[in-house]
Design a protein around this ligand. Structure first.
Ligand SMILES: Nc1nc2c(ncn2[C@@H]2O[C@H](COP(=O)(O)OP(=O)(O)OP(=O)(O)O)[C@@H](O)[C@H]2O)c(=O)[nH]1
Ligand SMILES: [Mg+2]
Length: 343
């Protein structure tokens, strides 16, 4: 089901896009409706999708578990403590204050006992995350996805992982090596593309990335590709150059396909906290960023950072990175995410 949403088979366009079917061991539709523990249980041990998420969020989960006053009487002091813990865990002041206020209110009305604190928090957190609509597909192929972000955030690896997901779902994926600034970047993507078994368009070293993108779009049309995923530089000589290059790339894409790019996904490194939020603001000034890929959640004990990112940046998190392996990019699923934070 989770993959179903990723591939746009959720509501309106059911069946419009062929897919090999849900293979990743996600929850069934019934389980999804049931609550925040859809994929837990057996799958946690079995090495499936939830297992990777559960493993990836271990640092954050351990930290929360060590902080939360389990089994304690829910009084004014405990409530105060929970508020502080949520702020310290990078849930951000807005989420932390709102949750604590809701808890206080609910406690006043004797809605629940102290054992219910965590289930209550989980429900509220899932609600705050909202739904993930998945990839926005083009009405007619190819769907063009630009992946941008500052250097080292995980663009190239995330593109490889995304291509792998899409390829496994039966999509014809074409990669465009748009980071021509570093020869090694093209090589890196080339190695991934060979490993995954998808084609890649490359240009001359140091050449104009817009030319690479143009060629990729021509080829995608001629050879009926479903998706073009474009890698971009994270660093040029100056930041101004980078922003100019990115906006030029978008103009070139739009000359060929007016309603493209259909997705501009900005990659943010979860371990950089507040910095990630600033980067998002900068990129939005030059590009119409449509969603985020939040990487390296496995590398931080402060995975709660997703909340202030969502609140401050106001863009949906579409994918999350929970490790360095090819299987470690997931469609962001709020319920599984929150379950993996606490269970
Ligand atoms: N632990 C962990 N490492 C990750 C994740 N995503 C990416 N990385 C690592 O982050 C490092 C940088 O990743 P790249 O994909 O090269 O980053 P980039 O944004 O393309 O970097 P530039 O091309 O220099 O702009 C690599 O060592 C990746 O393996 C993740 O989800 N978890
Ligand atoms: Mg790169």
């Amino acid at each position: 089901m989770v993959l179903g949403r990723l591939f746009g088979r959720g509501k309106k366009d059911a069946g419009a896009v062929s897919a090999s079917g849900a293979t990743a061991g996600g929850a069934t539709a019934g389980e999804e409706v049931a609550g925040a523990e859809p994929a837990a249980g057996d799958e946690r041990e079995s090495g499936g999708r939830f297992a990777a998420l559960f493993r990836g969020l271990k640092k954050t989960r351990d930290r929360l578990a060590s902080l939360l006053p389990f089994g304690r009487k829910l009084d004014a002091e405990t409530l105060e403590e929970i508020e502080t813990i949520l702020i310290q865990s990078d849930f951000g002041p807005a989420t932390a204050l709102a949750l604590a206020a809701e808890l206080r209110e609910a406690y006043k009305e004797r809605e629940f006992s102290s054992e219910e604190i965590v289930p209550y928090l989980k429900r509220r957190l899932v609600e705050r995350l909202g739904a993930n609509e998945g990839i926005r597909w083009a009405p007619s192929a190819p769907t063009v996805i630009v992946v941008a972000g500052v250097n080292g955030t995980g663009k190239t690896t995330s593109i490889a992982k995304l291509a792998h997901l899409l390829h496994n779902d039966g999509k014809r994926v074409l990669l465009a090596a748009g980071d021509t600034f570093r020869a090694a970047a093209v090589e890196q993507l080339g190695i991934w593309s060979a490993r995954i078994g998808v084609e890649m368009v490359r240009g001359a070293d140091g050449g104009d990335p817009s030319a690479v993108v143009y060629t990729a779009l021509e080829r995608a049309a001629a050879e009926s590709y479903d998706v073009v995923v474009i890698d971009t530089a994270g660093r040029l000589h100056t930041e101004k150059n980078l922003m100019n290059q990115l906006s030029k790339m978008v103009r070139v894409i739009q000359k060929k396909i007016p309603d493209a790019p259909h997705e501009v996904l900005q990659v943010l490194d979860a371990t950089t906290g507040q910095n990630a939020i600033q980067q998002a603001a900068e990129f939005r000034r030059v590009m119409n960023v449509t969603g985020l890929i939040l990487t390296k959640l496995d590398g931080t004990a402060r995975g709660g950072v997703i909340f202030p990112i969502l609140e401050t940046v106001g863009l949906p998190v579409k994918f999350i990175g929970v490790g360095e392996g090819l299987e470690d990019l997931q469609l962001f699923d709020p319920e599984s995410f929150v379950a993996a934070l606490f269970d």
